[in-house]
Design a protein around this ligand. Structure first.
Ligand code: NAD
Length: 423
């Protein structure tokens, strides 16, 4: 299949992986070729330059992106990532994944993603604020409460969302809480949003481990990444009575075979900015963490971490993808052949977009729910999706990723069919 301009989006491994997955599932589902072709490309993509006044008086220009993969199910939704590796191609791949994820969770959204290629860890809060406000204005054409609703992703947080909301509000002359989710509670955020991705992962993991005869209590867990997703997952699993034996972040890693005290570790990270150097631990590299003998492995940092080179070394009994795209298709096959089940990103880490949806609904109505209500609704959506995926996997004799994609892509294809092709 070819399309005019083909090649613009395919330059990254992530996009090639996303296409490979879509093409394989389209074949399995016997999708209409026209609909399949429409799904292979973003609906629209915007590239912007983001000139930013730095603290030393220089002006630095960053490249930013916002991509809408699919607008058929409703407005679009997806995070904004600040990371040096951000490219149009990677953002487009992540936008496509968001489409399948929202469909799998039965949320009325198409997928989107955005980002700025920058090093947020090396920028001051003032520089980050300048860059965020200018980026917001540059992508203003594409965002809005009934058009496209961004949220945090790697390198962005509640503060970033507050700046985006404020910048948008300034141009509208009124506060518009529905324009972003993942905001601080004081300016229209939702109870439970901060913990939502990790919490959702733990709900699904709790279901999945039963299938392989394991209990979360007493299980041994290794986690890559201690940001929003990794740290919440670690805390909730620790509270469930699991032993979190190893954690890495961008600056190092820690290992203790008896389990880490996650509350004390979080305090250490607040002071030191990294897990490295935490008391009573041995240092551990990413490579060794991924190969730790354990029950559960949670990659919750970057994409492309479990590959054909190291999938043979994984010694976990189950893998739950906190990050987006941490496992390559080759590694998927190796893990499946070795009998290691993997809960795919679009299922395992969907808690964030689910509670983002709750935040959006609450913001549109100016009516806010209690945290217990949020958590029980989150649990209901996650467990329903898990059961649908698990049933599909058993019925079709496929792994959980293929099953999750089959459920999500089928729904999107049916929506395309219902709306037809304009004009
Ligand atoms: P974050 O910026 O809060 O944290 C990222 C973590 O990864 C940090 O601890 C960082 O030190 C670590 N890291 C970076 N490079 C690393 C490396 N080379 N080795 C080990 N650790 C490294 O980001 P986040 O929001 O927790 O997102 C993490 C992943 O989860 C991303 O793939 C993101 O797309 C995905 N995700 C996030 C959410 C959410 O709600 N935040 C929702 C769904 C998916």
């Amino acid at each position: 299949m070819t399309a005019i301009g083909e090649g613009i989006f395919e330059s990254s491994e992530s996009y090639r992986t996303a296409l490979q997955q879509l093409d394989a599932v389209a074949k399995r589902l016997n999708l209409d070729p026209g609909i399949h072709e429409r799904m292979r490309y973003p609906r629209r993509a915007l590239v912007v330059s983001v000139p930013t006044l730095m603290d030393d008086g220089r002006t630095e220009v960053f490249l930013g992106y916002r991509v809408h993969h699919c607008t058929v199910p409703g407005p679009t939704k997806g995070g904004i990532r600040y990371h040096p590796g951000v490219t149009l191609s990677e953002v487009s791949a992540l936008a496509m994944l968001m489409t399948w994820k929202c469909a799998l969770m039965q949320l009325p959204y198409g997928g989107a993603k955005g980002g700025v290629a920058c090093q947020p860890g090396h920028m001051s809060p003032r520089e980050l604020e300048h860059m965020t406000r200018r980026y917001t204005v540059e992508v203003m054409l594409l965002i809005g409460p009934d058009l496209d609703i961004p949220a945090p992703d790697m390198g962005t947080d509640e503060q970033t969302m507050a700046w985006i909301m404020d910048t948008y509000a300034m141009t509208q002359g009124r506060t518009v809480p529905g324009v972003v989710t993942g905001k601080p509670i004081l300016v229209g955020g939702s109870a439970g949003r901060r913990d939502a991705t990790g919490r959702g992962l733990v709900y699904v993991l709790g279901q999945a481990v039963r299938d392989i005869g394991l209990e979360l209590r007493g299980a041994r867990v290794a986690i890559q990444g201690f940001g929003n997703v990794g740290s919440v997952t670690a805390r909730l699993l620790w509270r469930e009575g699991t032993a979190v034996i190893g954690i890495t972040d961008a600056q190092g890693g820690v290992y203790n075979p008896n389990g880490l005290d996650i509350r004390a570790l979080s305090q250490h990270v607040k002071e030191a900015g990294t897990v490295a150097g935490f008391a009573d631990t041995e240092p551990i590299s990413n490579a060794d963490l991924l190969a730790l003998p354990c029950d559960v492995l949670v990659p919750a940092a970057l994409g492309g971490q479990i590959t054909e080179k190291n999938a043979d070394h994984v010694r976990a009994r189950i893998v739950a993808e906190g990050a987006n795209g941490p496992t390559t298709p080759e590694a998927d096959q190796i893990l499946a052949a070795r009998g290691i089940p993997l809960i795919p990103d679009i299922l395992a880490n969907a808690g964030g977009v689910i509670v983002s949806y709750f935040e959006w609904v609450q913001g549109l109505q100016y009516h806010f729910w209690r945290e217990s209500e949020i958590n029980s609704r989150l649990q209901e959506v996650m467990i329903r999706a898990f059961n649908q995926v698990n049933a599909m996997a058993k019925r079709e004799h496929v792994d959980l990723r293929t099953a999750a994609l089959m459920v999500g892509i089928r729904r999107v294809a049916d929506a395309f069919q219902l709306r037809g092709l304009y004009p």
